[in-house]
Design a protein around this ligand. Structure first.
Ligand code: GLN
Length: 189
């Protein structure tokens, strides 16, 4: 499989490591012409959603990515990537790609020092290590989205159609089952 990783800012290299370890080719999307390459799935990494959103627009990658995701390109997003996909950012008029019917609140767990790691279930997967770093909370989610993980009464991972998004960073752990789930359940189907 060929996995494209948005590589404008953030922890794209960690995502590449995961998919390479699972035996797949990865390619970096850094500029508009990179979108002409053939790929089976897209990864939106963690980082800073404001910076990534701004660069997507400045580099004129925004419209094409949005229409490909709306058209069914499989996408897996972590943390800032979730914010890029969200249809609504609470207390903020900004909408980036807006393809995922969730409302998120940025930095809802607090600042960097409030970052934490926990273990939780993710859909059928048990005991997944989840790293939350200045993470957003998913406050609302459309009934047609499937909730895959929760922590402290909050939704932390959802899937709708071919979009999979989570508030935490599985790519910062050595447990690659979340990426494998994405490949098996979304990309290969
Ligand atoms: N706080 C960041 C944002 O608002 C997300 C943090 C992350 O991706 N770890 O974009």
């Amino acid at each position: 499989m060929k996995i494209a990783v948005l590589a404008l800012q953030g922890d794209f290299a960690e995502h590449e490591t995961v998919f390479a370890a699972l035996g797949h080719r990865t390619l970096q999307l850094r500029q508009k012409r990179d979108l002409q390459q053939d790929f089976d799935a897209l990864i939106l990494p963690g980082g800073e959603s404001t910076v990534q959103g701004k660069l997507l627009r400045e580099l004129d990658m925004f419209d094409e990515l949005r229409s490909r995701i709306s058209g069914g390109l499989p996408v897996m997003a972590t943390c800032a990537g979730l914010i890029l996909l969200a249809a609504q950012i609470l207390d903020d008029p900004t909408v980036h790609l807006g393809t995922l019917p969730v409302a998120v609140r940025r930095n809802a767990y607090g600042r960097q020092k409030e970052s934490f790691r926990t273990i939780g279930n993710f859909g059928p997967l048990q005991n997944i290590s989840m790293s939350f770093i200045r993470a957003p909370q998913i406050e609302f989610c459309s009934p047609d989205a499937e909730v895959l993980a929760e922590h402290g009464g909050r939704i932390t991972a959802v899937r709708q159609g071919r979009q999979l998004a989570m508030a935490f960073h599985p790519e910062l752990t050595s447990d690659y089952r979340t990426a494998q789930y994405f490949l098996n359940e979304i990309v290969s189907k």
